[in-house]
Ligand binder design. Sequence first.
Ligand code: F6P
Length: 365
Amino acid sequence: MPTRSRITRIGVLTGGGDCPGLNAVIRGVTKPAQDYGMTVYGIHDGFEGLVEGKASELRNQDVSGILSQGGTILGSSNKGDPFHWPVSKNGEIVIEDRSADVIKNYNAWNLDAIIAIGGDGTMHICNKLSNLGLNMVGVPKTIDNDLDATDVTFGHDSAVFVVSEALDRLHTTASSHHRVIVVEVMGRYAGWIALHGGLAGGADIILIPEIPFSWDKIYDKILKRELMGKRFSLVCVAEGAKPMGGQLVTRGTDKKRTDPLQLGGIGKVVADSIERDTGRETRVTVLGHLQRGGSPTPYDRILSTKFGSFAIDLVADKKFGRMVALKGSEIKNIKIEDAISKQKLVTSDNQAVIAARAIGISFGD
Ligand code: F6P
């Protein structure tokens, strides 16, 4: 696709699951775009809008006042992968490649570039579209914080805040009733939310996908706390955690999604096992989408605004096929192709894990 000498029209979209801070990025892109003399098109519902031709112009007044709003004013979808487009045919789901429609709309809208805000799935799609000749710039988001290419993704801090606040609240009721309370949090393959949320909220046991757990170690920890006069325990478990030699607990599959597994239910499995095997009264709370909704924390608002304004600078400089990333305290940019190659998982030498173990938190191992 030929690139005009000056960038005048860009598209922006939010792909995949939403998270707090998306609107702050859209605002961070749109406001400076005016100064560059660019027109911004907000593409609706992620890549779905790019395939189906749904977009509208975003002006300054459209993004004014959205900094603190959760969700995304553009809408999002985790089923709109143009290269993996589900179609219902004779009661069966058939997967089609709709990338030709993306190119058609990109040209019809006369776009010079697209800024795509999303997680790993979105960056994979960005990379494929770059390879087809579209000018793509990526902005990484996800509450899971599992993209290796950036130190932090925005949305994570807001999710950790929700977990920490929930644990504070559950602490008092667990203590009053001398109960074990299990809190299930998000985190498919990476346990950052459980680790950071559990650490911030004073969990006694943290179970994450990277450290398969032993039932006996969990029971030991609860009983040892009792011997020390602590007649309650808080367990923070990531949805992707599993016992040693065990399987992921899922609540279903959705073939329309690129990652069809729908996780959920490990919290109940853990709570039921604790109650059955230790005889201690146990309750479970599943935080679910509470972690993705609501207003972003100040940290996420700042990171999102920086990401948005750096993304528009990349577009103005015609640095395409790049993703913004936080490295230390600086915003850098890296090739999208490199960004998608590695998931960031919790390692046993991570300082948060070391600190957690030092203060007596068990990982069930
Ligand atoms: O990737 C973000 C995430 O919140 C995961 O932690 C979770 O497994 C998934 O999205 C849930 O997706 P959905 O909203 O489609 O159920």
